[in-house]
Design a protein. Structure first.
Length: 368
């Protein structure tokens, strides 16, 4: 059997190599983290790019078993932020020097919603002199919708596969047409075809999830040739069906460690993609996002959602950003980034280098 030191020097990784890396501890784990930091320094550098996150609406047509804002959770007060407030937030993001924003929401497919997002994108661009990079994260949509939003100025799209293993996917979602694994996968391919920088990702430390599943997730992201990845720990929420399986969850420490390992291993595998240090990481431990940056991540998405809405975008319990004021948070973040020897890439989009080098490659190379 190969050692961790041998595996991390390879250019291609088998499923069993990845399981070995995911199980590493002690000195072996340090080897993985050091290698990931070395790869990041060589291919990405020490800049961290910020994307101001606006949680646009918590209205959703879906019932994902893990998510606090699922349709079936009657305790949620539903909101949609009005356009003027979103445009204000976009101007604030520009003023803070963040080069990009992310608009995220529950999944709606109604013509009213599609039109509203298209109009909003045009307004944001107009109000920020076409300087902000805009990422959308609004779930599965038709090709026509993805195209309209692309033409209105969104150039990146995040759509996590959540778990690349079908059998586990259907333990996290109802097995019906609204939550189809195949449709989600097709949506990722459509996004690529339309021309977006495509981001995907998974949740880590889920009930029923094994190292085999996570190794498959890493291979999936590689074979999909994604430009960006956002993956982080699963965190339970008491008003969701998955909560009943909390006794199967790994400890918080273990979920954190697994998440950091996933980031580091992916950085070694996919050297020039953008990898986000997610909010969920920070929820489990205050310094975990910076740790993720040390071991491979290069993107952070500070929450700039107007305060009054944050409590209602409660995907999982203890979501930290609910308490943060955007400016105070920004100052702390700047210090924390400096403390780990990195710097913020101000007033720049921080596009995925992978996308810049290989536009549309995966359209032809995809064979998962
Ligand atoms: N509705 C869109 C979608 O599902 O793609 C975008 C918004 S959704 C709230 C964004 C992400 O939140 C999901 O992809 C999921 O991975 C994450 N999420 C939801 N519930 C979570 C939980 N309990 N723990 C960790 N992440 C969670
Ligand atoms: Fe809706 Fe996204 Fe939550 Fe699923 S994860 S219930 S699609 S907001």
């Amino acid at each position: 059997m190969k050692t961790v030191a041998e595996i991390i020097e390879q250019n291609a990784f088998s499923h069993s190599d990845l399981v070995t890396l995911l199980a590493a501890e002690g000195d072996d784990l340090k080897l993985i983290y050091d290698k990931a930091a070395e790869v990041k320094a060589k291919y990405i550098g020490n800049k961290v790019y910020l994307r101001g996150l606006v949680e646009y609406s918590n209205k959703c047509r879906k019932n994902c078993y893990y998510c606090g804002i699922r349709l079936g959770n009657a305790k949620v007060n539903r909101y949609t932020i009005d356009d003027d407030e979103v445009v204000q937030a976009a101007k604030y993001i520009k003023q803070l020097g963040y080069g990009s924003m992310v608009l995220q929401s529950g999944e709606l497919m109604t013509p009213t919603f599609v039109d509203a997002i298209e109009r909003l994108l045009l307004r944001i661009h107009e109000a920020t002199d076409h300087t902000l990079g805009i990422t959308l994260s609004m779930g599965e949509q038709s090709e026509d919708t993805y195209r309209r939003w692309f033409d209105a100025g969104a150039k990146r799209y995040l759509l996590r596969i959540e778990s690349s293993t079908k059998e586990l996917y259907y333990k996290l979602h109802p097995d019906d047409n609204t939550h189809s694994y195949d449709i989600r996968l097709e949506a990722l391919l459509t996004l690529r075809k339309v021309g977006y920088q495509v981001g995907s990702g998974v949740m880590i430390g889920l009930p029923f999830q094994t190292l085999d599943h996570l190794a498959d997730d890493l291979l999936f992201l590689q074979s999909l040739d994604v430009d960006m990845v956002g993956m982080g720990p699963y965190i339970e929420h008491s008003d969701t069906p998955l909560y009943q399986y909390r006794y199967l969850l790994p400890s918080v420490e273990h979920r954190l460690e697994l998440s950091l390992k996933m980031v580091a291993i992916l950085r070694i595998m996919m050297k020039d993609i953008n990898i986000a240090a997610t909010t969920a990481l920070q929820t489990l431990r205050a310094d975990a996002r910076e740790q993720a940056v040390v071991v491979g991540a290069n993107i952070i998405m500070p929450n700039v959602t107007p305060q009054s809405f944050r409590k209602q975008y409660f995907l999982y319990q203890n979501k930290t950003v609910v308490k943060d004021d955007a400016f105070a948070y920004h100052e702390q973040l700047e210090q924390a980034i400096k403390a780990i020897g990195c710097e913020i890439g101000y007033n720049a989009h921080g596009d995925s280098k992978h996308f810049e080098r290989t536009p549309l490659m995966s359209l032809w190379g995809y064979n998962y």
